[in-house]
Design a protein around this ligand. Sequence first.
Ligand SMILES: *Cc1c(COP(=O)(O)O)cnc(C)c1O
Length: 498
Amino acid sequence: MLYTSTRDKSIRVTASEAIARGISDEGGLFVPVDLPEFSIDKITSMVSMSYIDRAKTVLKEFLTDFTEDELDYCVNGAYSAEKFSSPKIAPTVNIDGNKNILELWHGPTCAFKDMALQLLPYLMTVSAKKTADGKTIVILVATSGDTGKAALEGFKNVDNTKILVFYPVDGVSPMQKLQMTTQEGENVAVCAIKGNFDDAQSAVKSIFTDAGIKKQLAEKNMMFSSANSINWGRLVPQIVYYFSAYCDMLDMGKIKAGDKINVVVPTGNFGNILAGYYAKQMGLPIKTLVCASNSNNVLTDFLKTGTYDKNRDFYATTSPSMDILISSNLERLLYHMSGEDDGLVADLMSRLSVVGKYSVSDELLRKIQEIFDAGYTSEESVNSTIKSHYENYKYLCDTHTAVAVKVYDEYVKTTGDDIPTVIDSTASPYKFSASVLKAVLGENVPKLDEFEMVEELNRVTGVDVPAPLASLKNKKVRFSDVCEKEYMSRMVFKLLDL
Ligand SMILES: *Cc1c(COP(=O)(O)O)cnc(C)c1O
C-alpha cells in the first residue's frame, strides 16, 4: 500500500515514510492511494479476536512495509493490559435500546487521544529506523490540553525520541495542567507559554520550518516530527475501533452480520470521524456518520451549506478539545470525495489560509451529505444531557460525549432514523469534573479544589475514579517554566541542549 498527497497526487511514499515525515513537503496530507476491502465474512471472523488481534488485522493492510514482527512489537506494546483500565481496551456499552456508547478513554490519560498516541511512538520509531537512518526524533507539540498529555505519556522513555510540549498558561483545565506538569520520563519537557493555543501552534509551526534550527538539529543527528492528527500514524489506529465496535455489537446480539449502524462523533479536528469514514469505505456497514459540534459549529455549517468559514466568534466552551475553527483533516475528506482532485484541494486550502473561507460545488456537497449528517449543541443542553443520562440510565458522560449524545437525540427526532448506533465517548467524566459535577448537581456546587471536586463527583455518582487521575494528587510538579511566546525557539534550544 502506498500513500500520496492531497495537494499533489503524483507523489508516492511508503507507510513508514508518511509516518516519519508527518506532512508532505508541499503542505498536503498523506492519504492511502487505495483502501483495503473488508468483506462481511472477514469482519465476522474478527468477533472472537482480542482488541490487539483486531488491530493487527486492520493495520497490516495499511502498514505493508512493516514486517509481522514489527507490527506485533508495535501493537502488543501499545495496547498492553497494564496501560488500559478495560480488558476490552475500547468497550462498547449499551445504554438504552439502539443507543450504544463506544468508550475510548480507558487509556493512561483518560481521553481518546490515547487510542492513537499509545501506538504512534512505536510506529514512528520503527518507521524512522527504516527511513531516517537512526536519527533521534524530536516531537514538538502545541496543545490545548489532551494531545499534550497523551503524547507525553506515549513517548516517555521511548528510545531515540524526545518530546517537548507547549501549552497556553491559562488555556487548559487544572486537571490537564497537572497531568502535564507532573509528567515523568527522561526524554520529556513541558513549558507553559504566555499566549493562547493559536500562539503556541503558530510558534511551533515556525520552529518546524526554520531552516537554521533544522540544520542544527541535523548536526546533532536529530529531526523534528509531529504527533498531531495531520500525521497518518495518528489516524490509522483510529480506524481499528470502528471495526472493533461493530464486532462488539455483533457479539452482544445488537445487530446481525451485515446490518447497518450509524456512528456519531464529537468532532474537533475531524480526525476521529474521518477514521469512521475510512472504515465505511473499507466495507464496514455504516449508514450515516453524524458530526457533532459544540457552539464552535463551523463544521455543522459546512456540512449543511457547503461553505466553510472560519471568520466567526470563537467560544471557550466546557468541551475545550472541540474548540477548533480549523479542522485540518477535512482536507483529506475533500480529496477523496472530489474524486481525488488535488488541484481543487490545493486551491480550497489556499483560500482557507488567505481569506479564511471557501465553498464547494453543489455536486460535491450532495455527495458528502449522502454519508455525513451534522448538528451542534448549546452549553445548556450539554448540562441537561449529562443530568438526564445520569438520572435515566445511571450513565455519566463527560462534556464532549454529551455534545454527541445530544446531537444524536436531535438527529433521531428530526429524521426518525433510529437504527443501532454507536456514539463515541472521548473522555472520562473525571477529566472535566467541575463541569460534570455542576451538570449533575444543578447550581448547588460547593466551592472545592480540583481533587475535592473529583471526590465529590465520586461520592455523588459512585462512578469509579480512573487510577491515573487519582494518583496525580501525590505527584511532584517537575515543570514550572513559563515563557514569552517570542522565546519559544530559545526554549527549544535550551531543552534540547543545542
Ligand atoms: C481531541 C478530542 C476531540 C476531537 O477529536 P478530533 O479527532 O479532533 O475531531 C473530542 N473529544 C475529546 C475529549 C478530545 O480530546
